[in-house]
Write a protein of this length. Structure first.
Length: 341
């Protein structure tokens, strides 16, 4: 451990990591102060914490965990801070609900799986994320279903990059339905790659988080990375590949069947999607919904269901996802009542 704890003061051995921990103009410290209701004073390589004992204890543990993660190669940004804050909040709720469980068990930090990529170390932030990573490492077909911001696509691509780096797969194939494009692709300027790139941009963004830009470009040129609309998968058999279908809720039943039957020897498939954000025309059934009905009992296939607790974006995203989920349930119940009458 790179720090020495003394009362409400933490002393750090690496000024470089301390600067990263504090953030530009100490912005991270300001966020921690506001969240934990404490005052943090920085003197040289030490941070002193002032406030109520319980608040100081929580802040010491938070800063210690943040610094330990930085030592192990993780990064720290606003999103990561929000995740740490939410984890502590969730832990306090668990403690209240688990009165019969000893403090030692309740306070034990979960040992979540980590994924090492060329640019960063990625760790699961919740039980569902941990289960998702574990399934992707052990099953040939995995579905990750849940609201936006729960890390489904991000973690899937991180696992793909890690397996490729270890030589366990020969290529990474990323695809998503170009629902917004429809028949208009032919009218857009440029070649086919230029036409579909705007719809694939979230996949490029995730790749660039894990691999240097030059590496991504070389892999793309060699064919080690393929990024294409779902329609381009027809007629292919993908061997020794890690294949991710993003936005699976926008695939039709026939497209989903076509995609799933592309699985070749030595390959793994991951399908991610949010069934509350289906963009298909009204009256068209989602292939993701149908697949979950047909395949959910197959032991070779894992379905990981995410919820708002797993949200790793801005804390407001969690509230938005919860509100939409509640509204979706109310709409379904209302429709059922209408049909019954």
């Amino acid at each position: 451990m790179g720090f020495i704890e003394s009362s409400n003061t933490l002393r750090f051995s690496s000024n470089k990591l301390l600067i990263e921990l504090c953030g530009q103009l100490d912005i991270n410290l300001s966020k921690i102060e506001s969240w934990a209701r404490v005052q943090i004073v920085r003197r040289g390589n030490a941070l002193s914490i002032y406030g109520a004992k319980e608040d100081c204890d929580i802040t010491r543990k938070l800063i210690s965990d943040l610094y330990s993660d930085l030592e192990r190669g993780k990064t720290l940004d606003e999103r990561e801070l929000d995740v740490y804050f939410q984890q502590i909040k969730d832990e306090k709720v668990k403690q209240i609900k688990s009165k019969n469980v000893s403090d030692e068990v309740v306070n034990k930090k979960a040992s979540y799986l980590e994924i090492k990529t060329q640019k960063k170390l990625v760790q699961a932030k919740s039980r569902n994320q941990n289960s998702f990573i574990n399934s992707m490492l052990n099953k040939e077909l995995v579905f990750g279903i849940g609201p936006a911001g729960t890390g489904k696509t991000y973690l899937a691509i991180a696992v793909g990059v890690s397996l490729f780096s270890q030589g366990l797969v020969e290529k990474i194939v990323l695809t998503r339905p170009a629902v917004e494009a429809g028949e208009r692709l032919g009218f857009l300027p440029g070649d086919m790659k230029e036409k579909v790139d705007p719809y694939m941009q979230p996949l490029y963004d995730a790749l660039n988080d894990f691999l240097p830009g030059k590496v991504v470009s070389k892999m793309y040129e060699r064919g080690s990375i393929e990024i294409a609309p779902l329609a381009f998968m027809r007629g292919r058999t993908l061997k020794d590949a890690f294949i991710v279908l993003d936005e699976g809720q926008n695939a039709s039943p026939s497209q989903m069947k076509m995609f799933l039957t592309r699985l070749g020897i030595g390959s793994r498939m991951v399908v991610t999607g949010d069934i509350t954000q289906i963009d298909l025309p009204k009256g068209f059934k989602s292939g993701l919904v149908e697949a979950s009905e047909i395949l959910s009992k197959m032991k070779e296939v894992d379905f990981i269901k995410f919820n708002d607790v797993d949200t790793v974006r801005h804390s407001l995203v969690r509230k938005i996802a919860r509100a939409y989920e509640k509204n979706s349930i109310q709409s379904v119940n209302s429709e059922n009542l209408k049909n019954d009458s």
